[in-house]
Design a protein around this ligand. Structure first.
Ligand SMILES: Nc1ncnc2c1ncn2[C@@H]1O[C@H](COP(=O)(O)OP(=O)(O)OP(=O)(O)O)[C@@H](O)[C@H]1O
Ligand SMILES: [Mg+2]
Length: 450
């Protein structure tokens, strides 16, 4: 279970039931002050049941169970034939404010908000930019199978995911309610910037997926268009002009459909700034500036549509000198993961290798072995000799040694450790963790010296 999973927690007294707009969480003592907790229900790909029917069935099931609410999947009850036939996964999303205060939510304190969805299995549609067949943009129908579980797999400093989710939810709510932008100004532009491999692109995709699930009842269709700014601008600019026009024509067609929610992801947005600068200094063909400006104008036009969210990423950690980025409402720095996040990333890797039977816990660990979460591992006495606690201490050591490494490097570490084993066919967990400690030290030394 991922302790840093984020959710929408709403105040039932103020809240829209189908909204993800969040508010402060009051003490869940009174009936009318129940805490709204999102429950996401994934239907099977073959299911033809109506979403409303599945929703009612899950609500009935939750009413019957005396459930304590903590993040993670709950089993689909075997005795409920309708649910077992139509539902793949029921996920309770993390009421993180409450967990933070070490409060456990009991069923009578909670009002579940059920979101039902079915994953789209189509895969991305690609648009090639010609010549060397480099994709200039990809598009996905959301929620997409590729992004299933992505949100939960990403671990950052506390609060980042929640902040983004709340921000996007507020922006969409303001648009939907027709708040006058001359009086209250907001844009639906998010910029995530930070060093390579820290999960910026993944977070944009995961956020789009999450919002497509949470806003299911308002928008019948959701799409993500991923634009590779670098591939647009590494071309001859006369070609780029055509590509930009084609791209935005397509996006405009999508957003004109009011019931369609469109996410536009522009990766490596700094290449726009570079193109603009080069054009101004005369080192690029003169029409390049027109192309860059056309793109900025197109983005401005897009902003007037209430059903668009623009997500941008950049590797430049200092200020990005580009007109539209100034208008981003949220500029979040995504840095290397802090210790709790490093531990959780590594723990999820080890857990996955156990699931796939690449590594095997020893017999005394018992069946269904799980490594303790960061919080639990911190709370256990340092002299505890329980196998799980000893292993958690090794993993914590690796997490400490990996300070400064990106999420991408961390996710590679268990693979490198496995490859370093002398007999990789059947690997005991304890041996694997020793290899992991050594690999981490070696890798960190190499990365820091390079
Ligand atoms: N904070 C994190 N938590 C979990 N996994 C992470 C994290 N950061 C990175 N990863 C892993 O690293 C991989 C690369 O992440 P991603 O491509 O999103 O990074 P990025 O910041 O966009 O990198 P770049 O700046 O090079 O484009 C992801 O597939 C993800 O598995
Ligand atoms: Mg990226």
């Amino acid at each position: 279970m991922n302790s840093s999973m984020e959710i929408s927690v709403e105040h039932a007294a103020n809240g829209e039931q189908d909204s993800v707009l969040t508010d402060q969480v009051a003490s869940p003592a009174l009936d009318d002050e129940k805490i709204l907790v999102s429950v996401e229900v994934c239907m099977t790909s073959s299911s033809t049941a109506r979403e409303e029917d599945v929703k009612s069935a899950v609500e009935r099931m939750l009413e019957k169970r005396s459930l304590s609410y903590s993040a993670g999947s709950i089993p689909v009850p075997a005795e409920d034939k309708f649910l077992t036939e139509n539902v793949n996964k029921i996920q309770i999303c993390d009421p993180d404010e409450c967990e933070h205060n070490h409060k456990v939510l009991l069923f009578w304190q909670v009002k579940p908000v059920v979101h039902v969805y079915q994953l789209c299995e189509e895969g991305p549609g690609e648009e090639l930019s010609g010549e060397d067949d480099l994709a200039s943009f990809n598009e996905w129908m959301l929620p997409a199978k590729e992004f299933d579980g992505l949100w939960e797999s990403l671990v950052y400093e506390t609060g980042l995911k929640r902040r983004l989710l709340r921000y996007a939810a507020s922006a969409l709510l303001f648009s939907e309610r027709g708040v006058n932008p001359c009086l209250v100004s907001w844009n639906r532009i998010i910029l995530l910037h930070g060093p390579p491999g820290t999960g910026k692109t993944s977070l944009c995709k995961a956020l789009s997926q999450k919002l497509s699930i949470r806003f299911k009842s308002r928008f019948t269709q959701c799409q993500l268009v991923e634009v590779n700014a670098h591939s647009l601008f590494s071309k001859w600019f006369s070609e780029s002009g055509k590509l930009v026009a084609k791209l935005f024509q397509k996006i405009h067609e999508m957003v004109e459909e009011e019931s369609c929610l469109v996410f536009v992801l522009i990766d490596e947005v700094e290449s726009l700034a570079a193109a603009r600068k080069a054009a101004l200094s005369g080192s690029e063909p003169s029409d390049s500036i027109r192309v860059v400006n056309a793109l900025l104008t197109q983005m401005d036009r897009l902003k007037s549509f209430p059903n668009v969210v623009i997500l941008t990423t950049s590797n430049i950690t200092t200020a990005i000198d580009i007109a539209f980025v100034d208008r981003a409402d949220i500029k979040a720095y995504v840095g290397p993961p802090p210790l709790p996040a490093r531990y959780e990333i590594l723990r999820s890797c080890v857990q996955e290798l156990i699931r796939a039977r690449v590594i095997v816990p020893s017999q005394e660990c018992g069946d269904d072995f799980t490594l303790p979460s960061f919080t639990v591992s911190r709370e256990t006495p340092s002299q505890s000799q329980r196998p799980a606690d000893i292993m958690a201490r090794s993993l914590l050591q690796v997490a400490k040694d990996c300070e400064g490494l990106s999420g991408r490097s961390l996710r590679k570490m268990p693979f490198l450790a496995h490859a370093a084993l002398t007999d990789p066919r059947c690997c005991d967990l304890t041996k694997f963790l020793c290899a992991l400690v050594e690999t981490a030290r070696r890798e960190v030394a190499e990365i820091l010296s390079s």
